[in-house]
Design a protein around this ligand. Structure first.
Ligand code: FES
Length: 188
């Protein structure tokens, strides 16, 4: 069976997953003065949750709903709209392959097939050792270097199938060369 219905009124503690740290809650609250309403902080809050937990658990959705003054269902609406947000745990490193036109024309399909064969997973799945998750997203804003993919936050450009072994073997393949904006950085 590929799907399972969950009655969220009786969901148990295990399925609710981990909650947010006090630091993450404070970081979400620090965004309130920047927006006209609390509910407008939804996307920063989800990024902060996913940065900390690796995904957005049911418990985190409830906590965000309480902080923003909306219902948990409204948080889940947003979480499930964007492929970027995960509702289940991811591997230590997440490969995000661009699936938009320029990258597709430049070989994205072959890259995806090679990654799936090498890792033994399909899209939105995680390897049994918990090391790798694989997914695709729309344009990663590096079309002039197509085809491209990210590992965690690091962008790899002009990737060829023959480059994959080297990239996956590199222990720093998810390390950014320059610091990104601290806008969504996880609380330290
Ligand atoms: S189409 Fe792939 S980065 Fe834009």
């Amino acid at each position: 069976m590929s799907w399972q219905a969950i009655d969220r009124r009786v969901v148990d503690e295990h399925h609710r997953g981990p909650g947010l740290s006090a630091a993450a809650r404070e970081k979400i609250q620090s965004f309130f003065p920047r927006y006209p309403t609390r509910r407008a902080v939804m996307l920063p809050a989800l990024h902060i949750a996913q940065d900390e937990l690796g995904y957005v658990s049911l418990r985190a959705m409830e906590e965000i709903a309480n902080l923003l003054g909306v219902t948990p269902a409204q948080v889940m609406d947003v979480v499930t709209f964007y492929t970027h947000f995960w509702t289940h745990p991811r591997g230590r490193k997440t490969i995000v392959l661009c699936r938009s036109l320029t990258c597709e024309l430049m070989g994205q399909k072959a890259l995806q097939a090679a990654l799936e064969a090498r890792l033994g997973v399909r899209e939105h799945e995680t390897t049994p050792d918990g090391e790798w998750s694989l997914m695709t997203e729309e344009c990663l804003a590096a079309c002039d270097h197509a085809p491209c993919m990210q590992i965690n936050e690091k962008m790899h450009k002009c990737v060829r199938v023959e480059d994959l072994d080297r990239i996956l073997a590199d222990p720093d393949n998810d390390k950014l060369a320059m610091p990104r904006s601290d806008l969504y950085d996880a609380p330290r």
